[in-house]
Design a protein around this ligand. Structure first.
Ligand code: FPP
Length: 236
């Protein structure tokens, strides 16, 4: 049996169930997102303690733009406030902050805050926290194909040289290793257009808990399950 690394180098999470968490308590959906933001803080802390290198969180999908404007506004405000309040802590914790997705769709204030957090934490060497915002994997793959086609048309690359490695380097995640562990909360068995290329060999753990209830012990349990799996990468 090949050796397994007990701690995943990169964890990706589909944070699902904020709305249902709020509904179950008779609260507005935005309260579910607020409680979800607490779970984000919690996940960052646990990943730091476990010495995980990368944590990618699906915070807003390209499909989420179809939600009611009121909910979109609440989510954007929450994101902006989270980054503003959390930045000193990220700096102090040596966390490097990055994003993937079509950021030009986000409100200006949000983009400014993101830019500041990315710039200020650029040289940090601890956990890299990546938020997927206005992100869709099919869009990402299409963008990569277009970039390669443009380069080929300009004579910069030979189409015969396009392989999986070169393709990967044209994705938003060009400088990030693929996730070892993908977690989805709230019991849904779907990938929902998240990192389709990158999770080809990831171990998947589904938690029945809603995201606001998913805390330290749950993340550690998912990592324990990951460590128990026999990772074969298609070999015997
Ligand atoms: C899914 O719950 C969650 C989201 C659409 C967004 C995730 C956002 C947060 C965790 C809060 C803000 C994030 C940061 C980084 C501060 P859902 O609304 O789809 O839940 P439902 O399926 O129960 O309706």
């Amino acid at each position: 049996m090949p050796p397994t690394n007990d701690i995943p180098r990169h964890i990706a999470i589909i944070m699902d169930g904020n709305g249902r968490w709020a509904n179950a308590r008779g609260l507005p959906r935005r309260d579910g997102h607020r409680a979800g933001a607490e779970s984000v803080r919690n996940a960052v802390e646990t990943c730091r303690q476990l010495d995980v290198d990368f944590l990618t969180l699906y915070a807003f999908s390209s499909e989420n733009w179809k939600r009611p404007q009121k909910e979109i506004d609440a989510l954007m405000k929450l994101l902006e406030r989270f980054l503003r309040e959390k930045l000193p802590e990220l700096l102090q914790q040596n966390v490097r902050f990055q994003t993937i997705g079509k950021l030009d769709m986000l409100p200006g204030k949000c983009r400014q805050q993101i830019h500041k957090a990315e710039t200020d934490t650029r040289n940090n060497t601890g956990l890299t926290l990546i938020l997927a915002l206005s992100y869709g994997s099919r869009e990402e793959i299409t963008d990569a194909a277009r970039a390669l086609a443009t380069r080929a048309a300009a004579g910069e690359i030979d189409p015969a040289d396009i392989d999986t490695d070169l393709f990967s380097r044209h994705l938003y995640t060009a400088n990030t290793p693929d996730p070892d562990l993908l977690i989805r909360t709230s019991g849904e068995l779907r990938i929902s257009n998240f990192l389709l290329w990158q999770i080809s060999y990831s171990e998947i753990v589904i938690s029945p808990k809603y995201w606001p209830d998913f805390r330290d012990a749950d993340l550690r349990a998912a990592v324990d399950e990951y460590a128990r799996r026999h990772r074969r990468f298609g070999t015997v």
